[in-house]
Design a protein around this ligand. Sequence first.
Ligand SMILES: [Zn+2]
Length: 101
Amino acid sequence: MQCPKCRRLVLWTTTEAGKRLAVDIEPDVEGNTAVYRNGTGTWVSRRPTDELPVMRWERLHKPHVATCPGPMPRHGRPVPPVLPPGVADMSAYRRKARGRP
Ligand SMILES: [Zn+2]
């Protein structure tokens, strides 16, 4: 499945609380979410604890929100240049001024 924002492949899991959580499709030992596939083929995720550490059949993943780069810039539209501090963005100012009554 794809992330609706960045279109990367993600794994949709169900947390123990019954919520949907997207994690990166590749396991990551740095991740904080243990993921396993239960008997009905559902990917289940949970937060490992001292009492219940990561099990043999579980893999650590990172939640996708932690790595999601966000929406991709659209093709053909240049990314606006970053203005140095103290420099007014005149185009934004003009847009604002035009909107005034
Ligand atoms: Zn994403």
